[in-house]
Write a protein that binds this ligand. Sequence first.
Ligand SMILES: NC(=O)C1=CN([C@@H]2O[C@H](COP(=O)(O)OP(=O)(O)OC[C@H]3O[C@@H](n4cnc5c(N)ncnc54)[C@H](OP(=O)(O)O)[C@@H]3O)[C@@H](O)[C@H]2O)C=CC1
Ligand SMILES: CC(C)(CO)C(=O)C(=O)O
Length: 314
Amino acid sequence: MATPGNNQGLSGNGRIAILGAGSMGQLWAGYLPTGTVTFIPRRKVTPETGKPALTYTFRRFEGPEEVVTVPYLLATEAPPSLLMVTTKAGDTLGAIESNLHDLSPDTPIVLFQNGLGCQQAVAERWPQRPILAASTTEGANRPAPGCTVHAGKGETWVGPLTKSATTHLTQVVTALGTSGLTVHAEQDIQRRLWDKLIINAGINAFTAILDCPNGDILADPFYREHIDELCDEISKVMKEDIGKALPSITIRERIETVARKTARNTSSMRSDRRRGRPTEIDFINGYIVGRGHALGVDVPTNQMLTNCIKQLSP
Ligand SMILES: NC(=O)C1=CN([C@@H]2O[C@H](COP(=O)(O)OP(=O)(O)OC[C@H]3O[C@@H](n4cnc5c(N)ncnc54)[C@H](OP(=O)(O)O)[C@@H]3O)[C@@H](O)[C@H]2O)C=CC1
Ligand SMILES: CC(C)(CO)C(=O)C(=O)O
C-alpha cells in the first residue's frame, strides 16, 4: 500500500499531475505515494461537476492486488509541481497544449512516450520550458475495464530535452523515485530513446502485421525475409541522426533478445490494431522513414512496414 507523503524535492505544493490516465499513467499513480498524485481529466472537473477521482484495481508486479483511488485535479486547485505526460505519442502535443495555460513556466514536464518525434516536437514548441523525456522498460496493461496490471518490471531513465530542464533533473528523478520504481538520471536521453526505438521498430510492426505475440515473429518467413535490411537501415539512420551507430548485427541481436524475453506478450501495436485504435507507427518505423528521407538514407523496409500498418489501422 502506498504511503501518504509529499515530494519534498519539488518546488510549490510538491504534487505530481499525470496527463493520460491509461496503463502507464495508472501504473505510476499506483506506486507514487498517496496524496502526492492527481490525474488531469480530459474535461475540467470542479467540486460541483463531474467525478472527483478515478478508482481502479491495481495489480502490482509483486504483492497484493489493491484498489487505488486517484483524485482528478480540480480546475479550482493550485497547479502541480511536476507534470508527467503518459498519453500516446500522437495525442501528446495536443494534450499538453490544452493544459499548459494552468502550468507555471518553470514546472518540469516529463514525456513518457515510446518512439521518437513527439518529444522533439514538444521541446521545439516550448523551448523555454523545462521539458524532459523518460524512456522506460516498465510494462503495464489493462486486461479489463477498471483493472491495471504491472506486467513487466523494468527501469526508467529520465533526461533533459530543453536547456532549462537540466537544473530540474535531480529533483524530477527523486520525485519519480518516491514510487519505489527504479529511476535513473540520463544526460544522453536521445541515445536512450533511440535504443528503445530500435526494439520497437524491430518488433511492433511485425507483430501487428502477423497478428502474433512477440516471440512468434522470430520463426516467421516475413520477419526473416526483412529483418536484416531493416536493421541495416536503422543502423545508417541512427548514425546520421545522432552520430552514433550500432552495427546492424547488434541491432538484430537486441531485437531478438527482447522478442525472446517477451515471447508471450502482445505488443502495444498489435493491441492497438486489435482494438481499432491509432497506432504509434509514425513515431517508430515512420520516424525512421522521416529521418532517412531528411538525411539521405534509403529506408524502403521501414517504409514498407509503415505502409502496411497504415493500411491495416485507422
Ligand atoms: N503501457 C506500457 O507498458 C508502456 C507504454 N509506453 C508508452 O507510454 C505512452 C502511453 O501508453 P499507454 O499508457 O499504454 O496508453 P493508453 O492508451 O493506455 O493511455 C493513454 C491515455 O491518455 C489519455 N489521453 C489521450 N489524450 C488525452 C488528453 N487530451 N487529455 C487527457 N488524457 C488524454 C487516453 O484517454 P482515452 O482512453 O480517453 O483516449 C488514455 O487514457 C505511449 O507512448 C506508450 O508507447 C512506454 C513503455 C511501456
Ligand atoms: C518491448 C515491447 C515490444 C514489448 O511488448 C514494447 O515496448 C511494446 O509492445 O510497445
